[in-house]
Every structure is written in C-alpha cells, then in structure tokens.
Design a protein. Structure first.
Length: 261
C-alpha cells in the first residue's frame, strides 16, 4: 500500500459488529471508500461486521494509482475478505462498478467457502471494454499518453459530488479489462450463491447492458438466485445518488435473508 497521504474522507473503514454476519464493501475504479460510506455505516449500524478497504492507488493521487494494477486491487479485496472471515461466520460482498467486478471475482475465488452467502453488485462492470475502445486506449498509450479524462461523479443529484480522480490512468484501465474482466466474464454461471443486482437505467460510465449480462448468465440458465433491481433516479454512482437509501434498504433485507438472520 502506498504511503502517499490519503485524501480526507477516503480512509478505509473497519467495524466490529455484534452478530455473526460480515459485509465486505468494495469501491470502484479511480474512486475510494467515500463512495460507499453511506452503505458501510448502515451495515455497521445494523450490527454487522464491516470491512471497507481502500484499494491500492486509490484515494490518494492518480500518479499513485499508476503504480498499481488488477493484481494489487484483487489482492487487497482478498485480504479484506480474510480479515472479515476472522470474525464473521457468514459473509456478503457488495461492490460498486469495478468494486462489483471484484465482488464477482471474490464470489468465484471463494465459491467453496461455506461462509460466503451472497453477492451485491451496483452498476457492476461485468465484461471487458469493446475491442474498438481498447484499440483506441492502446493507441493513446503508444502515443505516450498516460491519463485520459476522469469518469468520476456520474451522479444525478446536483448537490452531491463524488471524491474521485480527475483523470483515468490508461494502463490501469487496460489491466481492469484484460486482467480483471476478461478471465471472469464467461464464468458467472458457476456462481451458486444469491446475487442482488442494482442497475441504473441511465449510466454514463458502465452501460446498463453490463448488469443485464450478469442477470442473464449468473447462476446458470433459469436461475432463481438472481434478484434484479432497476434504479430509475440515479446515474452510475448510485450509492451516493437519489437511490442510495433504496440500495441500503434492499441490501439489508437481502443480507438478512441469505444469512437467515
């Protein structure tokens, strides 16, 4: 983990709950824990153990992020899961955007762990970037560019701003697509735990088709494991947008149901 100073409000969050259920909360690409503070604190208030890591290179500077890749981010997600497993007998994982990718990756990596009870994805990235998009990104890299305009703060509520980098590091975007998404996008049928999917109808970062792909492939054909919730009032960062309380309420209901609380 970098020693670069963490921006105020972007710190990781860890909470010791009063029950047996733990929730792993994972933020998105170029974001930080602040984008899901509303959810993490609600889970803690409900008595759950919570681990909300700050992924390597996030919440500091974009230059810091440029020293990291998918291996670093997934490694921290796995470490946070293990920290949670030390005090929780039942675990649910929730993630926003790339955090949703990491949620699905965790589900596949830990599918033999009886403690894993469910996955929650909010506007998750579930498939690699289109080939023409990645060709354009690679061309930019070949021309010596390292960063393109940022993707943060896609929020419908004009009174809310996400703390996120102003730029998107290109090589890291390639790593997310090639190292993170490509190996798992065809494997969602292997998932055998319940999945709650939140999908915004208008999303300027990850197209709604990404959530639809997960809905249509997770758990195998005709699966009854998947619950799909459409968010009609929020953009990409729905966890901070008009539907943030809906996400909390439905997530808490889901957690109680899959853990038989």
């Amino acid at each position: 983990m970098s020693q670069t100073d963490v921006m105020p409000g972007c710190e990781p969050f860890s909470h010791v709950g009063t029950g047996s259920t733990g929730v792993l909360v994972i933020h998105g690409f170029t974001g930080n824990p602040s984008s899901m503070t509303h959810q993490a604190t609600a889970f803690a208030a409900a008595g759950h153990h919570v681990e909300q890591p700050r992924l390597p290179g996030h919440g500091t500077t974009v230059e810091d992020m440029m020293t990291t890749d998918w291996t670093d981010w997934s490694g921290e997600a796995a470490a946070a899961y293990d920290r949670l497993a030390e005090r929780a007998d039942q675990i649910v994982v929730i993630g926003l955007s790339m955090g949703g990718t990491l949620t699905l990756w965790t589900g596949l990596e830990r599918q033999d762990d009886d403690r894993l009870k469910g996955l929650i994805c909010v506007n998750a990235a579930t498939a690699p970037q289109p080939a023409d998009m990645m060709a354009m990104v690679q061309e930019m890299i070949d021309e010596g560019n390292e960063v393109m305009p940022g993707i943060g703060s896609d929020i419908a509520d004009p009174d809310v701003t996400e703390i996120a980098y102003e730029g998107t590091p290109l090589k890291q975007l390639v790593s997310l697509s090639n190292d993170g998404l490509a190996p798992i996008t065809g494997r969602y049928g292997e998932l055998s735990v319940p999945i709650l999917i939140f999908s915004s109808t208008e999303d300027h970062v990850v197209p709604p088709e990404s959530s639809a792909h997960l809905r249509d492939t997770a758990g195998g054909p005709d699966s009854d494991l998947v619950e799909f919730v459409v968010l009609e009032r929020s953009y990409h960062v729905a966890t901070q947008d008009y539907d943030k309380d809906l996400i909390n309420d439905r997530s808490l209901e889901f957690i109680d149901r899959v853990t038989n609380a």
